[in-house]
Design a protein around this ligand. Structure first.
Ligand SMILES: [Zn+2]
Length: 100
């Protein structure tokens, strides 16, 4: 069980990015590229996302991302790991030869 990224580091990152987003009039989401709009507090709408190095790989830099983009990216990473484990051994992947 890894420690959750929370507490003072998370709070200061959110506060820092909130002021940057508000001052800049929006900041591109690092996941989808659309603007994270100013004046909306972090949490359900946006979150400081560990980018470009994921937190589990030791990343400490954060960039704003929409909460849903951040969560779906994390879900995809997890699914990719799970799917990789489920892949059948090489050579057992069925191919369908044409009938003619
Ligand atoms: Zn986004």
């Amino acid at each position: 069980m890894s420690a959750r990224w929370s507490g003072s580091a998370s709070r200061s990152a959110r506060a820092l990015w909130q002021s940057r987003i508000d001052a800049a009039g929006g900041w591109p989401c690092c996941r989808c590229g659309r603007l994270v709009l100013p004046g909306v507090t972090s949490g359900k709408y946006w979150q400081p996302d560990h980018w470009p190095v994921p937190r589990e790989l030791g990343g400490t830099e954060t960039v704003p991302a929409h909460a849903k983009c951040n969560l779906s990216a994390g879900g995809k990473r997890g699914a990719a790991i799970t799917n990789a484990r489920r892949l059948p051994p090489a050579g057992r992947i069925e191919t369908r030869p044409g009938r003619w």
